[in-house]
Write a protein of this length. Structure first.
Length: 311
């Protein structure tokens, strides 16, 4: 998975950017960036308006979200393994690794679902084994799961007594990647937005899949497609965890249609309001993007800050 996504000919390095292949909240509507901006402004206030206020976007794609967050005192940094896009504004720094400790906001929107992980399956004897995959997608059983991976499964995705064929996706690597990213924030907020699931609702056959040019495809690890799996969000650490529908509504994104009477008094205004409501509805749809999880982890902010940030 690591080679297929981030190797020399990996999907995220050589395939023209995520927006060409799948639709994220950032690409769906400017309303998402507007909501994130409101959150940034509240963090800025809670921090006492530091200069600079850093905003670091991990897994930044082609910088689409950061491009909409420019402002006084804001220092914007994209962390991405792909080459810097030619058309990226020069006021966004582009780097392939996390910066040193900073004060501000760490963003990770649909990043962790692409952090490589191992898939395991319960074999006919009831033993969890790694699933080995060849470049053409053929699968075989590998070693018995042991060590830190077995410990992670026992805590977050138990397979004891599960029938043969049951699968799990070991999110240990995602937890470690997130903890490393959060450790760079000296004061501020870390925000993770992603597809995910919680204990008690783990999918019995996993979620690993592929995407290419807007279509779901088999997750063949040959570099031709995105390979993604949902995130065990509750394994990432403490914080405020809620669905995107709730978070965005608290940040002013509302998919309610404008009153029809507005069409007769202000036709142009009605059309603008209708378009905005349609975009907001996509972001908050509980059967789609609205089901994403938001994890907010404050670092050295006032104890009341999580509620304050989303009031």
């Amino acid at each position: 998975m690591d080679r297929a996504l981030y190797g020399e000919q990996g999907f995220f390095v050589s395939r023209g950017g995520p927006a060409r292949h799948f639709r994220t909240s950032v690409h769906a509507s400017p309303a998402f960036a507007a909501a994130v901006l409101r959150l940034v402004e509240r963090v800025d206030e809670a921090l006492g308006h530091p200069d600079p206020l850093d905003i670091v976007d991990v897994g930044a794609g082609r910088g689409e979200l950061l491009s909409r967050l420019r402002g006084d005192r804001r220092r914007l940094t994209a962390v991405e393994l792909a080459p810097r896009p030619d058309d990226l504004p020069d006021w966004i720094e582009w780097r392939d690794r996390l910066p040193a400790r900073f004060t501000g906001v760490l963003l990770a929107t649909e990043w962790l679902d692409n952090v490589p992980l191992d898939v395991v399956e319960v074999d006919p004897d009831g033993v969890p084994r790694y699933v080995e995959v060849s470049p053409d997608g053929a699968e075989t059983y590998g070693d018995v799961v042991a060590g830190a991976d077995a410990d992670w499964l026992a805590r977050w995705w138990p397979l004891a007594g599960a029938p043969p064929g049951t699968r799990a996706e070991i999110g240990r690597t995602r937890g470690e990647a997130w903890a490393t990213a959060v450790s760079t924030v000296e004061r501020g907020l870390a925000l993770c937005v992603d597809y995910g699931h919680l204990a008690g609702g783990r999918p019995p056959y996993g979620t690993l899949t592929g995407f290419r040019e807007g279509r779901q495809v088999p997750p063949v690890p040959d570099g031709s497609c995105d390979i993604t799996a949902h995130v065990a969000m509750d394994s990432l650490g403490d914080g405020v965890l809620l669905d995107q529908r709730t978070a965005l509504r608290r940040l002013g994104v509302d998919g309610t249609r404008p009153p029809l009477a507005l069409a007769s008094t202000d036709p142009a205004g009605y059309l603008r309001a209708l378009a905005a409501a349609s975009a907001a509805a996509e972001l908050t749809d509980p059967a789609g993007l609205g089901a994403h999880h938001w994890l907010l982890q404050p670092i050295a902010l006032p104890a009341s800050s999580p509620a304050f940030l989303l009031d």
